[in-house]
Design a protein around this ligand. Structure first.
Ligand SMILES: [Fe+2]
Length: 313
C-alpha cells in the first residue's frame, strides 16, 4: 500500500513537472500566453510538445523569456510543430551567396553577410521594410505558413517592437453584414503588392525571372481553426486584389479592414529583450515590426517558420 502511494505521488510529481506554466494578461485571457519554467535548449517530451501546440492554438502567441538558443536548437524546437518552411527566393530577394544564415532560418535582421547593417539604399533593406506593414508570414505562398518562431539574438536599444493583432477577436467583433459580405471572399496575395505599398517597384528592380517567384496566389479572407472552431479574418498587406473586384476598390476595402482589425483592443505589443523567443500562429494573427535606427543598430532576429498543412483553396 505504501509502495502504491509513493508511486502515485511520484507520478503526480512527474506530471506536475511536465505541465506548462502559462500566464496571461487580465483583460486578454485568450490572447498571448507567457510561458515560464521551460528550457528550449533541452529535448522536450511528446506530452509537453502537445501541450505547447494546444497552447499556440488557444493563445495565438506564446512568449518565452531567457532562451539563449543556437540556430540548431531553434530548428529542433520548430520541427516539433511540423516541417520547416525553407527561406529562399520565393520569400526574399537575397541571393543564396549573400545569405548570413542557413535556409532553415529567415533572416529578419538588418545585417548583411559580414554582420554589418544594410546601407540606406540597399534593395534588401528597402525590401525588409515591408515587415513594418501589417501582414501574416507567407500568406503569398500557395500553402501559407502555420507558425513563426522569432528569436531575439540581439535586440535594438530603442524601438523595434513587434506588434500582434488578434484576428479571432477582430472577426468576432465584425458587424454581421460585413461577416456575410466577406464569408466567401477570395483575395490575391503577393510580395509585389506589399512592396508596392512602400513605393518599391519590384517589377522594375528585379528580373522577369525573379518576378515569377512572386506570382500572386489566392487565399480565402475568412478561415476557421479546426481545433478551436474559431473563425479569423485572414488579412495581410500582401493582399492587392479581391477576386472579381477592381484593384482600387479592393485596396480601399482591405485597408479599411486592416485599420479596423488593428485597433488597440485587438493588440499585443512585444518589447524585445535579448533571448526572448516568440511563437505566433499566422492563421490567427497579423503582426508588424516597428521602426528602429536600422542604419546604426545591430538587430539580429532569426525566424523559423512551420509550414502550413494544406492549400486553402
Ligand atoms: Fe513577418
Amino acid at each position: 500500500m505504501i509502495k502504491f502511494i509513493i508511486l502515485l505521488l511520484l507520478n503526480i510529481f512527474l506530471f506536475m513537472g511536465e505541465t506548462l506554466i502559462i500566464k496571461t494578461r487580465d483583460l486578454f485571457p485568450d490572447f498571448v500566453g507567457f510561458v515560464s519554467d521551460i528550457n528550449l535548449k533541452e529535448i522536450l517530451s511528446d506530452s509537453l510538445i502537445n501541450e505547447l501546440d494546444a497552447a499556440v492554438n488557444k493563445y495565438a502567441v506564446l512568449v518565452f523569456k531567457d532562451q539563449n538558443i543556437t540556430d540548431h536548437e531553434q530548428v529542433r524546437f520548430t520541427e516539433y510543430f511540423g516541417k520547416i518552411e525553407a527561406s529562399g527566393k520565393t520569400s526574399n530577394i537575397t541571393k543564396d551567396k549573400d545569405r548570413r544564415l542557413s535556409s532553415d532560418l529567415a533572416d529578419v535582421s538588418n545585417l548583411d553577410k559580414d554582420n554589418k547593417p544594410f546601407t540606406l539604399n540597399d534593395p534588401r533593406r528597402i525590401f525588409n521594410l515591408g515587415n513594418r506593414l501589417w501582414h501574416t508570414d507567407s500568406s503569398f505562398k500557395p500553402v501559407p505558413a502555420k507558425y513563426s518562431l522569432l528569436s531575439g539574438r540581439n535586440v535594438s536599444k530603442e524601438g523595434g517592437n513587434t506588434e500582434f493583432a488578434d484576428m479571432r477577436s477582430a472577426y468576432d467583433n465584425l458587424d454581421f453584414k460585413i461577416k456575410n459580405k466577406i464569408e466567401k471572399m477570395i483575395c490575391e496575395h503577393s510580395l509585389i503588392y506589399s512592396r508596392q505599398r512602400l513605393g518599391f517597384d519590384m517589377v522594375r528592380e528585379l528580373s522577369p525571372d525573379e518576378i515569377k517567384n512572386f506570382k500572386p496566389v489566392e487565399q480565402p479572407l475568412v478561415r476557421n481553426n479546426k481545433l478551436t472552431n474559431r473563425k479569423t479574418v485572414f488579412l495581410s498587406s500582401h493582399i492587392g486584389k479581391i477576386k472579381d473586384w477592381t484593384r482600387p476598390d479592393s485596396m480601399c476595402f482591405i485597408d479599411d479592414l486592416i485599420e479596423y482589425a488593428t485597433k488597440e483592443k485587438f493588440l499585443y505589443v512585444h518589447k524585445w529583450l535579448q533571448n526572448d523567443l516568440v511563437i505566433w500562429d499566422n492563421r490567427q494573427t497579423m503582426h508588424r515590426a516597428r521602426a528602429f535606427d536600422d542604419l546604426t543598430e545591430y538587430r539580429d532576429m532569426r525566424r523559423t517558420t512551420v509550414l502550413g498543412e494544406e492549400k486553402l483553396i
